[in-house]
Each structure stands twice: as structure tokens, then as C-alpha cells.
Design a protein around this ligand. Structure first.
Ligand code: GAP
Length: 459
């Protein structure tokens, strides 16, 4: 099926309807740029994070996981350059006062303003007579810092100022020395972290794509300066493997080499891994940057703590760093768009999520053929308990008829449905006693399987 802007709308609507994602603070009219993950959404998110951790931390010897505090000393962000340089260009609708990202207004007209100065952006706005989405003139562009500020304790003034972290990365840089001292890693090695990040985005938009509170899965991979190209290529392959593992088709992934004039203040080379979001086109899914030794050096100078690595032969140096950085929400959105499928089954259009089994929120659903037959329900309950013990996330579904249950489970991507029927009880066909029907999500095919073999069959 061809995917387009309608597909994206259908995915968003499915997410709400089936308990994947709800608007944040919904009953109070919502809070822009925040989304709450419902029962199925949190399970999918947890599966994404667990698979990532398995692949990049547990599956390797050279990457150590950490979990740093969200609240960090303000000096971290002054030193990293975020306080002075983490800006987006903002314009205001002169009539309504609404605020927009100048580069996004230009992008909507097909003009790339990445890396341009405010004066260059203003010139483009005048040249192309850029208006706000309401059709009004916009103000001159100005820089807007995306850091959320807060205060700790009962301090006044700037003394207790803290920032909600805009990336998890700095938590790893400030723990570099702690890990060196406690784990004695050999170069090259990495630190990995999954956690929340916060950015006061001027214009959050496109569902969970651009939000103010989101989760990142990041790696800081420390190398000798002369190793960076070789290790960059290895990590690039690991990132490709990850995208394959979460079921994203290679033709929907593009690697965009960020031009020099648009590199972040700390980077000498960055590749954006872009996904072809339906109706939106290719846009950032994950980033991969060579950050030199900018961060470790800056923290060493500001804190006075050495960030040097000492080789067995006594050579000392401040390592350079490669940074694969993934947004959980963007992976979530790409996975759902990729999995969303419409086909025809039994003469009817059906919608299903062709999710990889390791990501599906429920691994299997169990149903008694009829919910008012105690013998069927009792048998189905015992099968449900066994499967739940093995697979954890198992759905119990006894609403409506079997066909409706299958459609419901298809729509949330449950790979298998198990139905307990009269044959399971062996009432008419004793040879089928203690067997169940297992239905496959993608093909709709039904197979008779003995209960005793069900776990290994589903595995
Ligand atoms: N430490 C490097 C860093 O934070 P980034 O490109 O700004 O780099 C990395 O962010 C990833 O985090 C992005 O590729 C995206 O997946 C995710 N991300 C960034 N800003 C986001 C936002 N406002 N909403 C959702 N995800 C976001």
C-alpha cells in the first residue's frame, strides 16, 4: 500500500483510540508539546528501549550503561555551551503575537535556512514575503534559548538556578572520570544512557516528532583522535543494524551528511539518519556526530578535574568522542508508520500493525470461543496463565465474536491469537482434545496446536 498524509492521520488516530498515546494534561485542554503514553504506548516504548539496551550495552563488551540525574549543576550547561548557544530563530505574528520558528516557516516554502544568521533569515523573510500561518506579517527574527530553567531549594537569585537537561549526553561527559576510575575501561569504549530530555521548542508539532519533553537513547563513544574515522564507520554500521532490527525498511532510511555551516557548535562531522515519514517525507530520526574532544576538554578546564586517559605506556590524552543519538519518540513514530498496513481479508478491508514480534505490545492474545461457556473460559484461563508466565504481555480478549477479536488484535499488532473452542474440550472430536487454534496476524492462517506445545510453537 502507498503511504501518504492520510496514513499519518490514521496512525495518530489509532494511537489515541487504542491507548498508545494521549495528549498531555488532556482533561485540562492539553499542554502543548507534551504527550502521555497509554498502556500500549508505554509497552512499545519499553520494548524499543529494552532492545536498544540489549544491542548497544548488553550485546557488547565496550559500552557501559549509566543513569545520570536530570538535575545537574548549572555549570555543566554553561560549560557545554548550551546556555550561550542553544538557540532557535523565533518570529512573532505581528497581529496575534503567536510565535513560530523562522526556519520552519521558510522550510514550508521549500527554502532551507539551516545554519543562516538572523540577518540572512530576515532577508529571506522579506524577499519571499513570508507570512505567519494566519496570513499576517511576522516580526524580525530573534534568538530564543530552548533551555527550561528552574530553581532548586529555597535559594533566591541565580544561586539555585538549574536547567532541565536538553540532552542526556552531558550526564555521560561529567561521569567520564568516575567510570575511568571505577571500571578501568580500555580504549575505545563508550557510555550509554536512556533518559528524558527537555527543550522549550518554539513550535512543537507533528505528533511526537517535535515535543518539549522526550526521551533519548545516547552513546558517547570515546576514541583516540587518530581512530575517529575508522570507529565512525563501525558505529555507522551498528546504527544501520539497529534500524533494521526495529523493522524499518532500508529504502525508508536516508543518511544526510550535515553541511559544515549547519553543524552544531561542538561537531566536526554529523550524519542525520532520516526516516521517510508518510506525508512528511524524509526527516530526522537519529543523529550521529563526531564531537571531537570539545566537551571533555571544556569540562576539564571548567572543573579542574582531569579528563585524560592514560595508556599502559603512560601516554596521556583527552579522548575524542563519537555520538550516536536516538529519540525514542521518533523511533516510536517511524516504527508505527512502517508497521501500519491495510489489506483485504475475507472480502473486507482490514488494518493491522505489522510490528516485529520483539516490539509488539502484546505477544499473544487468548480467547475462549464463547464467554458464557464456563468450561471454555476455565480452559482459556489456564492457557492464558501459562502464556503470561512465559511471555509477560498477553492479552485476554473475550469481547464480541472471534472475527472482531482478530481485527482488534491485528490493529494493535498482536502477532498471534489463540482461541479455545469446543474441540479443545474434545467433546465431539476426541483427537483434538487439548489443542487450540493459533491464528497468525500477517497471513490470517490458522493452525491447530497442542496446548503442551504452545509455548515452544509461539517462541
Ligand atoms: N546529544 C546530541 C543531541 O541531542 P540532537 O540532534 O539535538 O542531538 C538527538 O537530538 C535526537 O533526539 C534527535 O535525532 C531526535 O531523535 C531527538 N530529538 C531532539 N529534539 C527532539 C524533540 N524536540 N522532540 C522529539 N525528539 C527530539
Amino acid at each position: 500500500m502507498e503511504k501518504n498524509v492520510d496514513t499519518m492521520e490514521k496512525v495518530v488516530s489509532l494511537c489515541k483510540r487504542r491507548g498508545f498515546v494521549f495528549q498531555g494534561s488532556d482533561i485540562y485542554g492539553g499542554l502543548k508539546g507534551t504527550w502521555d503514553f497509554g498502556p500500549l504506548g508505554v509497552t512499545l516504548n519499553n520494548n524499543i528501549k529494552r532492545e536498544w539496551w540489549k544491542m548497544f550495552v548488553e550485546g557488547r563488551e565496550d559500552i557501559y550503561g549509566i543513569d545520570a540525574a536530570i538535575l545537574m549543576n548549572a555549570k555543566v550547561w554553561e560549560t557545554s555551551g548550551h546556555v550561550a548557544g542553544f538557540f532557535d530563530p523565533l518570529v512573532e505574528d505581528v497581529e496575534t503575537g503567536e510565535r513560530f520558528r523562522a526556519d520552519h516557516l521558510l522550510k514550508d516554502l521549500g527554502i532551507n535556512a539551516d545554519g543562516l544568521s538572523l540577518t540572512e533569515i530576515d532577508n529571506l523573510i522579506i524577499e519571499h514575503k513570508v507570512l505567519s500561518p494566519k496570513g499576517n506579517k511576522v516580526s524580525a527574527a530573534r534568538q530564543f534559548n530552548m533551555m527550561f530553567e528552574s530553581r532548586i531549594g529555597a535559594t533566591a537569585g541565580d544561586e539555585g538556578k538549574v536547567y532541565l537537561r536538553p540532552e542526556t549526553a552531558q550526564g555521560m561527559f561529567v561521569n567520564f572520570k568516575n567510570v575511568l576510575d571505577s571500571m578501568s575501561p580500555k580504549m575505545p569504549f563508550g557510555l550509554a544512557q536512556i533518559g528524558k530530555a527537555f527543550r522549550n521548542e518554539i513550535a512543537p508539532r507533528e505528533f511526537v516528532f517535535r515535543v518539549r519533553e522526550f526521551e533519548q537513547m545516547e552513546i558517547e563513544y570515546f576514541v583516540k583522535e587518530e581512530q575517529w574515522r575508522e570507529e565512525f564507520e563501525k558505529l555507522r554500521l551498528a546504527i544501520q543494524k539497529w534500524h533494521d532490527h526495529i523493522g524499518l525498511a532500508p529504502e525508508n532510511i536516508r543518511e544526510y551528511e550535515v553541511p559544515d555551516n549547519d553543524l552544531a557548535h561542538y561537531s566536526k562531522r554529523t550524519i542525520d539518519f532520516e526516516y521517510n515519514y508518510p506525508g512528511k517525507g524524509f526527516d530526522e530520526l537519529a543523529g550521529f556526530a563526531y564531537r571531537t574532544n570539545h566537551d571533555l576538554k571544556a569540562h576539564m578546564n571548567a572543573s579542574g578535574v582531569s579528563m585524560e586517559y592514560i595508556e599502559p605506556d603512560g601516554t596521556r590524552y583527552v579522548p575524542h568522542v563519537l555520538e550516536p543519538s536516538f529519540g525514542v519518540g521518533r523511533a516510536f513514530m517511524a516504527i508505527l508508520c512502517e508497521a501500519y498496513t491495510e489489506d483485504e481479508m475475507g472480502g473486507e478491508v482490514r488494518t493491522y500493525l505489522k510490528l516485529p514480534k520483539h516490539l509488539a505490545p502484546y505477544k499473544v492474545a487468548v480467547s475462549p470461543l464463547l464467554k458464557n461457556k464456563p468450561a471454555l473460559v476455565e480452559k482459556a484461563r489456564s492457557v492464558f496463565s501459562v502464556l503470561k508466565e512465559t511471555f509477560g504481555t498477553v492479552a485476554w480478549d473475550d469481547n464480541g465474536n472471534v472475527g472482531k477479536r482478530y481485527r482488534r488484535q491485528d490493529e494493535i499488532g498482536t502477532p498471534h491469537c489463540v482461541t479455545i473452542d469446543f474441540d479443545t474440550l474434545g467433546e465431539e472430536k476426541p483427537e483434538l482434545k487439548d489443542t487450540v487454534t493459533v491464528r497468525d496476524r500477517d497471513t490470517g492462517q490458522q493452525t491447530r496446536v497442542a496446548i503442551a506445545e504452545l509455548v515452544s510453537y509461539l517462541k
